[in-house]
Design a protein around this ligand. Structure first.
Ligand SMILES: Cc1cc2nc3c(=O)[nH]c(=O)nc-3n(C[C@H](O)[C@H](O)[C@H](O)COP(=O)(O)OP(=O)(O)OC[C@H]3O[C@@H](n4cnc5c(N)ncnc54)[C@H](O)[C@@H]3O)c2cc1C
Length: 455
């Protein structure tokens, strides 16, 4: 086997879940990896934060993240890194404050869902049959929808009554795509249904971590990378990149690299790529959409009886902003629940106090008293891209012709998925595989330096 000192040196820029997954695959294949990240910590849009609260500091996430059984690459990676024991799997049981109850039956697919839909609480017989017919129609169509169809148009075409739309399909769409049904991409919605409710029984499991996100991939990923000899450069921002005869050069580094994996969100990748002189119009079509997460805190032992998770009826006109609530259990001195406000561009002009009051009222209506002793709101202004119809996802080698050796990863590069952790992890692993194959096909350098390439 080739000693690592003679292996090509490659750079990964961005230590979100895409960059970490890609860097791990490259380092495990024996390459000399340098990982650059502008922030002081890894994790990107799925990272841990420490909140200062009246009950003391609380180690939690930048936003409530739902991981489901269909996240096979993510769960496989976490298992390989030893994070498996931190994850608890729960059979799908969706409940809402409007009385919906949908539980996957302990039967093989698709009976688990068929039986679950037929017995769903909070819907009448004709509504349950309509949902079953929609899932059957989508499966028969191999989860293909009409070109440029929105989720609202799909639901109408498949004759969904208002009950299932408002109680299930719309909250699922808003939660999974962070886009309202009237604007959301039906193709991505169908892909989500295909890989969760429409797939094997365990694919729609909810997977709840017993720890903040940082303890899953970011901390373990960095530790593994260091053990593999990778160089980690936090607080290191890429602004300029160029190709030189000795390889890729980044303003953030002295040394040249044989190849480069850009694992940045589209709005961050566009600037350095634009300066390189390539056409970045494919990146500029992605529009960021915020998500706000309201962390509600009670002194441990003083919280009302919370559902493990529940959909909430949203009605921004009545200051009901949250769509989902997740009980995170006891963290340090507090009992913590996360209320998710997706498509938060709609509440951008709400004062924080009005938001907190609305969330407290929603929690009281859903679970009774006592009121939380504090609510901390974390708003990620660029949480996801708006998942609208016809949004072209660039391939990982999109710039390969103009800029050989440059690879793209990131949630926005995975075809047909909305912005998710799984899309990020898959994209990082796919780009790493592409880079490894192309380096293996290239002539081997005689020494440990990067391959010379024409400028
Ligand atoms: C509040 C919230 C809730 C969410 N909920 C869910 C959920 O329930 N389920 C789910 O699956 N997904 C959810 N997501 C989406 C998920 O977090 C993202 O899809 C995923 O984390 C994206 O990973 P990424 O690696 O593609 O990008 P990022 O996480 O954005 O990683 C890019 C990294 O590049 C760094 N960077 C940027 N510019 C530079 C530069 N010039 N130089 C060096 N480094 C740079 C950034 O700091 C960042 O660390 C949520 C996101 C948010 C914010």
């Amino acid at each position: 086997m080739r000693p690592r000192s003679l292996a090509p040196a490659v750079a990964v820029v961005g230590a979100g879940w895409a960059g970490l997954a890609g860097a791990l695959a490259l380092a495990e294949a024996g390459l000399r990896v340098t990982l650059f990240e502008t922030a002081p910590q890894a994790g990107g849009r799925a990272r841990s934060v420490t909140l200062a609260t009246p009950l003391g500091p609380i180690a939690i996430d930048n936003g409530q993240h739902l991981i489901v059984g269909a996240y096979r690459q993510t769960l496989g990676l976490l298992a390989r890194l030893g994070a498996g024991p931190l994850l608890r799997r729960h059979r799908l049981h969706l409940v809402s404050d409007r009385g919906l109850s949908l539980r996957a039956a302990p039967l093989p697919a698709p009976l688990h869902l068929g039986w679950g839909l037929l017995r769903a609480g909070g819907l009448d017989w004709s509504e349950r049959m309509a949902m079953l017919r929609m899932m059957r129609a989508l499966r028969r169509a191999r989860w293909q929808v009409r070109p440029n169809e929105t989720v609202a148009a799909l639901l109408e075409r498949l004759a969904q009554p208002s009950g299932p739309v408002s109680k299930l399909w719309a909250p699922l769409c808003v939660g999974a795509l962070n886009t309202l049904p009237a604007h959301a991409c039906a193709r991505s919605f169908a892909a989500v249904l295909r890989d969760t409710l429409g797939a094997a029984r365990h694919d729609c499991d909810f997977v709840a971590p017993d720890a903040p996100l940082g303890a899953l991939l970011p901390d373990r990923g960095l530790a593994r990378l260091r053990a593999l000899g990778a160089t980690i450069r936090l607080r290191s921002t890429l602004r300029e990149l160029r190709r030189s005869p000795s390889g890729w050069r980044l303003d953030a580094a002295e040394e040249p690299f044989a190849a480069l994996l850009l694992a940045l969100p589209p709005w961050s990748a566009a600037a350095p790529l634009g300066r390189l002189g390539v056409d970045t119009s494919v990146l500029q079509r992605f529009v960021p959409e915020p998500i706000a997460t309201a962390w509600a805190l009670w002194p441990a032992g003083e919280a009302p009886r919370l559902a493990r998770w529940s959909m909430l009826e949203e009605d921004p006109q009545r200051a009901r902003f949250g769509q989902w609530v997740f009980d995170r259990g006891i963290i340090g001195p507090a009992r913590v629940a996360g209320v998710v406000v997706s498509v938060a561009s709609r509440i951008a002009d709400q004062p924080a106090q009005a938001l907190a009051d609305g969330i407290a009222a929603q929690l009281r209506d859903a679970f009774g008293g006592p009121a939380p002793s504090a609510i901390r709101i974390v708003t990620e202004r660029r949480a996801t891209f708006r998942c609208t119809p016809g949004l072209q996802r660039p391939a990982c080698d999109h710039f390969g012709r103009e800029a050989p050796g440059l690879w793209l990863a990131g949630d926005y590069t995975w075809p047909d998925y909305p912005a998710t952790i799984e899309a990020a992890v898959r994209s990082g692993q796919r780009a790493a595989a592409g880079m490894l194959a192309s380096l293996a096909a290239a002539p081997q350098p005689q020494h440990g330096h990067a391959t010379d390439v024409p400028a």
